[in-house]
Ligand binder design. Structure first.
Ligand code: HEM
Length: 151
């Protein structure tokens, strides 16, 4: 148990901090030889959509569910990408760099956030093995991640 008050969303610094995190992360991704090919149809809106998703997961406003397709939509974005373990590992390395640059210097906070990314990237990799259009069923609400991990 981690005895901390408030949400991870508040602790990271809210939506502005998550936008900076997403922006720094995708600068790295687009310049990376392992990941750039996976993101060939990348658009700038992606940066904001990822920040809005993370805000909801970390206990902030549920805007991704209200406006951007929710949990089902997030999973569907990864269908057909055939993400390899090498690509997932590189994604994690670049995100750890971005967390180090953009989030508060708080070891517990950074660890919890990176644990979420480790969990989430495995799901993205697994879903990405299914083809575009695959029926995913009802995946349930957007997951919430707090000081004790998955809520
Ligand atoms: C916790 C892990 C992850 C999160 C939170 C996440 C989040 C997202 C979100 C929110 C979108 C939709 C963006 C939009 O609507 O514009 C998306 C799309 C996408 N994701 Fe992920 N993702 C994760 C893991 C990964 C991994 C491991 C890869 C590949 C190595 C990946 C590759 C992509 C690609 C290629 C798209 C479509 C890009 C586009 O054309 O907009 N994601 N992701």
């Amino acid at each position: 148990m981690t005895e901390r008050a408030g949400t991870l969303y508040e602790a990271v610094g809210g939506i502005d901090a998550l936008r900076r995190l997403s922006n720094t992360f995708y600068e790295g991704v687009l310049g990376d030889p392992v990941l750039a090919p996976v993101f060939e149809s990348f658009t700038r809106t992606h940066i904001d959509h990822v920040a809005v998703w993370l805000a909801e997961v970390f206990g902030g406003p549920a805007r991704f569910t209200a406006e951007l397709g929710g949990h089902q939509g997030l999973l569907r974005s990864h269908l057909g990408l055939s993400i390899t373990e090498e690509q997932r590992t590189r994604w994690m390395e670049l995100m750890a760099d971005a967390v180090g640059k953009e989030l508060p210097d708080d070891e517990t906070l950074r660890t919890r956030v990176l644990e979420y990314f480790d969990w989430g990237t495995r799901i993205a990799r697994d879903v990405s093995a299914d083809p575009v259009g695959q029926d995913l069923g009802e995946p349930g609400p957007t997951p919430r991640w707090g000081w004790d991990g998955l809520a």
